[in-house]
Design a protein. Structure first.
Length: 149
């Protein structure tokens, strides 16, 4: 169990997620926020599939990355922002299901770098199947959302 540095971490995490236009575009929702752990859910959409009808690997990767990043963000100081530094994804099974659940967890928090892991499960008829695993490094930095692009 981790202790967040910011007592208002959940509101800060949810506000940041609300600014993620990609997550809005694909229809991902933040369904759980706990210190060091975030869960995102995404309903299946035909327009997010690849040529075989499976959810595209880029979409699976995007929700795993966001879940990992926000898991790290829950433990960062209130005056920090989060940015992905690197990640590796193992696609373990075709992304077939009614909805997808990405759970990001902090493995080791740090002042600047935080190592996280994420799992993505496909859900079909109430049964979950692990389809992807990610290991990621997230960086704490000064807020950049107000800086010009």
């Amino acid at each position: 169990m981790f202790e967040p540095r910011d007592p208002d971490f959940e509101a800060r995490v949810r506000a940041s997620f609300a600014r993620q236009h990609l997550m809005q575009t694909i229809g991902a929702e933040m369904t759980a926020v706990r210190p060091g752990e975030v869960e995102l859910t995404l309903p299946f959409r035909d327009d997010l599939t690849q040529q075989h009808g499976f959810l595209h690997a880029a979409v699976v990767t995007a929700i795993a990355d966001s879940a990992s990043g926000y898991a790290a963000f829950t433990l960062m100081a209130a005056d920090r922002d989060v940015l992905s530094v690197e990640f590796k994804v193992n696609l373990l099974a075709p992304a077939a299901g009614e909805r997808f659940i990405a759970t990001g967890r902090v493995l080791r928090p740090g002042r600047t770098l935080t190592v996280c892991a994420a799992e993505v499960h496909a859900e079909h008829s109430g049964q979950r199947k692990l389809i992807a695993a990610m290991q990621a490094t997230m960086m704490a930095l000064e807020p950049i959302h107000d800086q010009p692009l």
